[in-house]
Design a protein around this ligand. Structure first.
Ligand SMILES: Nc1nc2c(c(=O)[nH]1)N[C@H]1C(S)=C(S)[C@@H](COP(=O)(O)OP(=O)(O)OC[C@H]3O[C@@H](n4cnc5c(=O)[nH]c(N)nc54)[C@H](O)[C@@H]3O)O[C@H]1N2
Ligand SMILES: Nc1nc2c(c(=O)[nH]1)N[C@H]1C(S)=C(S)[C@@H](COP(=O)(O)OP(=O)(O)OC[C@H]3O[C@@H](n4cnc5c(=O)[nH]c(N)nc54)[C@H](O)[C@@H]3O)O[C@H]1N2
Ligand code: SF4
Ligand SMILES: [Mo]
Length: 702
C-alpha cells in the first residue's frame, strides 16, 4: 500500500454488454470504486452510453461475486481448491469419455466471450476433448440473418458499413428491431432519417418513426413479400443494379406477384396503404437502409424472412451503394466475432466450414494435428441441449458464457436435460441460475479485469483492456482451458493463457478465411486504427465497407433467393387465443444474470410484466398492475399486467430477463428454423388469466 495517493488509475475499453460495444473510459480501483464515462472520440457511441453502460462497473464488486471454485458434495455446492475442482472435472470427463466416446462431452459457449476465448474454446473442444458437440448461444441470436446473408452475399457481417454511415440516411426501415431500448446510443445516428419501424408493439423506437407498421407476430415474411410486390409492380426496382450486380431477380419477382397489398394486409394486419407508402418511401430515397433485428429472425422461418428483406434491399439496389445498404443489428458484445472463430457446431476459425476439406487441412496445420483427427459438425444449440443425458446425447456439459436455463426456449425441458447429466460444469463470475445447477462452478475474470479483443456489429475489432487485477482466487477462462487441456495430456503451449499469444494464432488460423484477421494486431489496435475485417495483411487498412465493388460469391454478384410465407409453428386456439412475443427492456440484459445484480437497473426494471391492450385485459379479467398468469402449451409464468392501448388486441409481450415464475421461456416454442437452428422465441400461443398470488408473496427476482 502506498502512503501517498497516486493518480487515479484509468483505462480505455468497451462496455461489457451489447454488440454496439460503446467505448468507455474507466476510472478508479477496488477501494475507490470504478466509474465509466463514454470514451471521447469513439464514433460508434459518440459521447453516449445507455443506463447499462453507465452502471456496468457495479458488477465488478457485486456481493455474490464468485471467487472460489465450488464442487457439489452431498447435494450442496461447497468451496474447493482449484486443484480439487479441476481434477474433479478432468477425472470425471476422462471416465465418461472412455465409457461413451469423445462426443459424451459437450461444450456450450457464448457471444459475450472475447475472440481469444471463443477461439481457444473451439480448439479445446475439437482437439483436447475431441468432441463434435460444441455450439453456443449465438444460435439464439443472429444465426438466421447470418444464414440469409451468407446465401445472398457470400459473407455474413452484421453491418457491412460503419454505423456512422447511417447519419446520412434519408429513410431507414427497422424491421423487428428496437434499438431505442436495445442500443440507445445508436439512435443518434438515425436522427436525420425518416424511420419506418415494423414491430407488433409501439416501442420507443416505433414512437420515433414516420411510419409504424404493426404486423401480428410471425407475419413479417408476408410483409416483406408485399413490400417487394409494390416495388416490382410500380416499376421502382433498380434495373441497372439488378442487371450488373445480382442473379435471380426474375424468379423472385414472379414469386411476389400474388402478394398484392390487400392480400398482405389480410395476413399481417398492416393496412395496404401503409405497405404502399413504406415501399414508396424506401424507393424514393437516394440514401436508404434496411436493418433487421431479432423480431425478424427468432422464428421457425427467420432465415427466409431475413432473406425476403434482403431481396427487398437488393431490388432497391441498396447493398454496396454509397449511402445505402442492408444490415442486421448483431446482439451480444462479441456476437460477431463469436461466430467467426469456431465455437459454432459447423465452423472452424476464420468463418470456415468444418465440413470443407481445405478448411480442415488449414486449421489442422495451425493446431498441429492431423485433419482426420478433427471431428465433424455437431448439433445446433437447442438440439444439443435437448439431447443432454439421453441415450444418444452427451453426458457432460461445460458452459462458458451463457445462462441457458433462463435463455433457452422451453426452459422446463432444458432444466430436465441439465439435471439428467452426469456432470455439469459452469465457468462464470456470478452464481447464475445455470451455475446453481452445476456440479462444478469455476470462478472467472470479468471484462474490466482482462485483456482481449471483441468484434462489434460493424465488423470492427476492438480492444478490451484491464483496469483492475482480478480478485484473489479468480482465474481467466483461458487459464481454465489450459489447465483442463493439460489434464487431458495436451501440451500447455498449445493453449496459451496470454490473450496476445492466442490472438497471434487466431490471425494465422483465420488467414484466407471469410473473416480474415491476419493483418490485425494488438499494436495496430492500440495505436487507434479502426480495423474492420477482412484485413488480410498488416499493411491492409481493413474493410469498413463491404460490397462496394463486388459481393463475396465467386462471380462477385449477390443472389436473389425466392422464399414464401408460412404461418408460425403454433396456431391460435380456444385454449390459447393470443400471441405472446418476447424481447428486451432497456434496463436489463439477457438472462439478467449480470443486470439483475445492479441496484439502479433493478429499480428501473424490477420484475416481469405482461404488456397487454386494455380491452384484451378486460376480456380476461385483468387490471393494470395485477398479477397475471400467462399459459402456453409448454408452461406458464406470472407477470404484472401493464396496460398499453397501443398494443395489438391479439398480442401480448413479455421480457425474458426474469427467473423463477417470471421466466418467459417457460412459454416459448422450441420449434427450430430448418436453415439456421433458431428457435421461435417470438411467437407462442398463450392465454392470460388472473393469478392467485399477491405480488408481495412472490419470490424476489434474483
Ligand atoms: N437493454 C438490452 N439491450 C440489449 C440486450 C438486452 O438483453 N437488453 N441484448 C442484446 C442482444 S444479445 C440482442 S440479440 C439485441 C436484440 O435487439 P432487438 O432485436 O432490438 O431486441 P428484441 O427486443 O429481442 O426484439 C426487437 C423487437 O422485435 C419485436 N417483435 C416481436 N415479434 C416480432 C415479429 O414477429 N415481427 C417483428 N417485426 N417484430 C417482432 C419486439 O416487439 C421487439 O420490440 O439487443 C442487444 N441489446
Ligand atoms: N424468450 C426469449 N429468449 C431469448 C431471447 C429472446 O428474445 N426471447 N433472445 C436470445 C438471445 S438473442 C440471446 S443472445 C440469448 C442470451 O442469453 P444467455 O446466453 O443466457 O446470455 P447472458 O444472460 O448474457 O448469459 C451470459 C452468462 O455468462 C456469464 N459471462 C459473461 N461473460 C463471460 C465470460 O467472458 N466468461 C464466462 N465464463 N462467463 C461469462 C454471465 O455472467 C452470464 O451468466 O438469449 C436468447 N433467449
Ligand atoms: S448500448 Fe450496449 S454497448 Fe452501449 S452502453 Fe448500452 S449496453 Fe453498453
Ligand atoms: Mo442476442
Amino acid at each position: 500500500m502506498s502512503e501517498l495517493p497516486g493518480p487515479i488509475p484509468e483505462t480505455d475499453t468497451h462496455c461489457p454488454y451489447c454488440a454496439l460495444q460503446c467505448g468507455t473510459r474507466l476510472y478508479g480501483d477496488r477501494e475507490l470504486g470504478v466509474k465509466a464515462q463514454p470514451l471521447a472520440g469513439f464514433p460508434v457511441n459518440a459521447g453516449r452510453l445507455c443506463q447499462k453502460g453507465w452502471t456496468a462497473p457495479e458488477l465488478l464488486n457485486t456481493a455474490d461475486r464468485l471467487t472460489r471454485p465450488l464442487v457439489r458434495h452431498r447435494g450442496r455446492l461447497v468451496q474447493a481448491s482449484w486443484e480439487q475442482a479441476l481434477d474433479t472435472v478432468a477425472g470425471r470427463l476422462r471416465a465418461l469419455r472412455s465409457e461413451s466416446g469423445p462426443d459424451a462431452v459437450a461444450v456450450f459457449g457464448g457471444g459475450g466471450l472475447t475472440n481469444e476465448k471463443a477461439y481457444l474454446l473451439g480448439k479445446f473442444a475439437r482437439v483436447a476433448l475431441g468432441t463434435s458437440q460444441i455450439d453456443y448461444n449465438g444460435r439464439w441470436c443472429m444465426s438466421s440473418a447470418a444464414a440469409a446473408g451468407n446465401a445472398a452475399f457470400g459473407i455474413d457481417r452484421g453491418l457491412p458499413f460503419p454505423v456512422t454511415d447511417l447519419r446520412d440516411a434519408q429513410v431507414v426501415l427497422l424491421a423487428g428491431a428496437n434499438p431505442g431500448e436495445t442500443m440507445p446510443p445508436l439512435m443518434q445516428h438515425l436522427e436525420q432519417a425518416e424511420l419506418i419501424v415494423c414491430d407488433p408493439r409501439r416501442t420507443p423506437t416505433a414512437q420515433r418513426a414516420a411510419l409504424h407498421l404493426q404486423p401480428s407476430p410471425g407475419t413479417d415474411l408476408a410483409l416483406a413479400l408485399g413490400l417487394l410486390h409494390v416495388v416490382v409492380t410500380e416499376g421502382m426496382a433498380d434495373g441497372s443494379y439488378i442487371r450488373e450486380r445480382t442473379h435471380g431477380f426474375s424468379e423472385v419477382a414472379d414469386s411476389v406477384r400474388a402478394w398484392w397489398p390487400e392480400r398482405t394486409e389480410q395476413v399481417t394486419g398492416v393496412p395496404a396503404r401503409s405497405i404502399r407508402r413504406a415501399a414508396r418511401m424506401l424507393a424514393g430515397a437516394d440514401r436508404a437502409y434496411v436493418l433487421t433485428g431479432r423480431g425478424v429472425e427468432q422464428h421457425s422461418k427467420g432465415t427466409d424472412t431475413a432473406q425476403a428483406f434482403i431481396n427487398l434491399a437488393l431490388a432497391l439496389g441498396l447493398p454496396g451503394r454509397p449511402g445505402g445498404g442492408y444490415g442486421c443489428l448483431t446482439g451480444q458484445g462479441n456476437g460477431q466475432g463469436g461466430r467467426e472463430h469456431g465455437q459454432k457446431a459447423d465452423q472452424l476459425p476464420g468463418y470456415r466450414s468444418i465440413a470443407d476439406r481445405h478448411a480442415r487441412a488449414h486449421i489442422a496445420r495451425v493446431w498441429g494435428v492431423m485433419p482426420e483427427e478433427l471431428p465433424g459438425p455437431g448439433r445446433s444449440a437447442f438440439e444439443l441441449l435437448d439431447s443432454l443425458g439421453t441415450p444418444e446425447g452427451p453426458r457432460a456439459l461445460l458452459v462458458f458464457g451463457s445462462n441457458p436455463v433462463v435463455s433457452a426456449p422451453h426452459s422446463r425441458r432444458i432444466a430436465e436435460r441439465l439435471a439428467a447429466l452426469d456432470l455439469l460444469v459452469v465457468a462464470d463470475f456470478v452464481p447464475s441460475e445455470t451455475a446453481r445447477l452445476a456440479d462444478v462452478v469455476l470462478p472467472v475474470t470479468q471484462w474490466a479485469e482482462e485483456e482481449g479483443t471483441l468484434t462489434n456489429l460493424e465488423g470492427r475489432v476492438l480492444r478490451r483492456r484491464a483496469l483492475l487485477t482480478p480478485p484473489p482466487g479468480v482465474r481467466s477462462d483461458l487459464e481454465v482451458l489450459q489447465e483442463l487441456a493439460v489434464r487431458f495430456g495436451q501440451p500447455a503451449d498449445r493453449y496459451p493463457t496470454d490473450p496476445r499469444q492466442v490472438f497471434q494464432e487466431l490471425r494465422a488460423a483465420s488467414k484466407g478465411g471469410r473473416a480474415d484477421y491476419a493483418g490485425i494486431t494488438y499494436e495496430r489496435l492500440d495505436a487507434g486504427e479502426a480495423l474492420h475485417w477482412p484485413c488480410p495483411s498488416t499493411d491492409h487498412p481493413g474493410t469498413p465497407r463491404l460490397f462496394v465493388e463486388r459481393f463475396a460469391h465467386a462471380d462477385g454478384r449477390a443472389r436473389f433467393l425466392p422464399v414464401d410465407h408460412r404461418d408460425p409453428a403454433e396456431d391460435l386456439s380456444d385454449a390459447f387465443p393470443l400471441y405472446a412475443t418476447t424481447g428486451r427492456v432497456l434496463a436489463q440484459y439477457q438472462s439478467g444474470a449480470q443486470t439483475r445484480r445492479i441496484r439502479e437497473l433493478n429499480e428501473a426494471a424490477p420484475e416481469a410484466f405482461v404488456q397487454v391492450h386494455p380491452d384484451t385485459a378486460a376480456r380476461h379479467g385483468l387490471t393494470d398492475g395485477a398479477p397475471a398468469r400467462v399459459v402456453s402449451a409448454r408452461g406458464s409464468m406470472i407477470a404484472s399486467v401493464r396496460l398499453d392501448p397501443t398494443m395489438r388486441l391479439d398480442t401480448v409481450f413479455v421480457p425474458f430477463h426474469y427467473v423463477k415464475e417470471g421466466r418467459a421461456n417457460n412459454l416459448t416454442n422450441p420449434e427450430l428454423d430448418p436453415r439456421s437452428g433458431m428457435p421461435e422465441f417470438k411467437v407462442s400461443a398463450v392465454r392470460i388469466e388472473p393469478a392467485e398470488v399477491e405480488p408481495a408473496e412472490r419470490e424476489p427476482a434474483s
